[in-house]
Ligand binder design. Sequence first.
Ligand SMILES: Cc1cc2nc3c(=O)[nH]c(=O)nc-3n(C[C@H](O)[C@H](O)[C@H](O)COP(=O)(O)OP(=O)(O)OC[C@H]3O[C@@H](n4cnc5c(N)ncnc54)[C@H](O)[C@@H]3O)c2cc1C
Length: 417
Amino acid sequence: MNDIRKIAVIGGGASGLIAAGYAAFNGADVTLFERNSVMGKKVRITGKGRCNVTNNCDLNEFLANVIRNPKFLYAALSNFLPADTMEFFENLGVPLKTERGRRVFPVSDKAADIARALEKYARDNGVKIINQRVKSLCVSENADLSVTGVKTEQGEYNFDAVIIATGGISYTGTGSDGDGYKLAKSVGIEVTPLKPSLVPIETEEDVSELAGVAPRNVVLSLVKKNSGKVVFSEMGEMLFTHFGISGPLTLSASAHISDMNPADFIAKIDMKPALDEAELDRRLLSDFAKYQNRDYINALGDLLPAKMIPCVAAKSGIDPHMKVNSITKEQRRSLLNTLKGLSFRLKRFRPIEEAIITAGGVAVREINPSTMASKKIGGLYFAGEVIDVDAYTGGYNLQIAFSTGMLAGQNAAWGVS
Ligand SMILES: Cc1cc2nc3c(=O)[nH]c(=O)nc-3n(C[C@H](O)[C@H](O)[C@H](O)COP(=O)(O)OP(=O)(O)OC[C@H]3O[C@@H](n4cnc5c(N)ncnc54)[C@H](O)[C@@H]3O)c2cc1C
């Protein structure tokens, strides 16, 4: 009798490659199905091509950065922590470095190094890779529902277990276009509504003249229109685009708009968070003394990037061609308030296609958190973004893919559900 378990992994991304490699390491005969000819297409574009591979923090801090269903991840993360991920890649010959906010990157600043290491890990452990798209699952028809294989356009393959690691539904050019949700639904597994998370936001105001400006060391706050409640306030870097706001701060802020309605919020930007009001006023007085004979619009160059000056000047309500030496104390106050709280009314999220991460997915109550096995269908496992879990920016989402992938790979290999 042949005891070696035959396992299919659907998806050659972050979670699928690690799941496949670890299942094979644990003695299984593993075949990975990836629809693209290149492995880890999404991994290759992570972190602006640098790949923020994990966050060098402990378990509790990690879980505090998970937006939806952190408790579900407790077992997977305890089993494979950020420190384990770091050791994993260092052992595969990818040296890492930890930057601000404990964000971990390859020393090479090349996301492709991470993708290649994951593929090498899978192949070195004997994983066979088939470049085909899985169209459906085969499930036994007896009372005990269990998976028996997968179907692709080219044929049908038999397996003892299947791991769905197909990712989310954003940046579909990477191959992650929501197949996993359809596969899960086709066998009666609940999928919660799919929504964008970590996504750029359109503004009511036309900010196209600011497109490309990326202010650093600013504080972005999200203020609820009806109550004035501040739901997000962080310092960092943001980006203006032709439609509104993006960049790391905006993406993080978007995750705090829980009712999916950005139109209820105002984005307030403190352009000078390092200066309190008295200090900023002294700075304005000094700049105004320096440029006293200039037009107001030509006196802000030491304070702001050139492209931002017309916008700030307009929002301050001061005539751009007023001579600086005739600006009143009240007008100076108005400029100060604008610099401390440059406000834009938010309109809507950009489409899910442009989201860094998909919120929603295979319902966590369908999955055993200790094994990643489906509670309904024997031999079926899930890993990565296809599950209804998501976290803030900072390397947390890839770590979720690695931790759930490891756990799914191990339990699929051992036949534990
Ligand atoms: C622009 C961008 C930047 C990001 N930067 C970071 C970052 O720096 N740090 C971080 O932690 N997270 C980042 N993320 C999120 C991170 O990329 C994902 O959380 C992670 O890739 C999810 O891994 P996964 O294995 O679940 O899915 P994926 O990596 O998306 O892999 C899924 C794979 O399944 C394949 N597939 C899908 N359907 C089928 C099918 N039917 N048959 C065969 N194959 C199929 C796809 O082709 C794909 O290769 C970023 C995301 C984006 C879009």
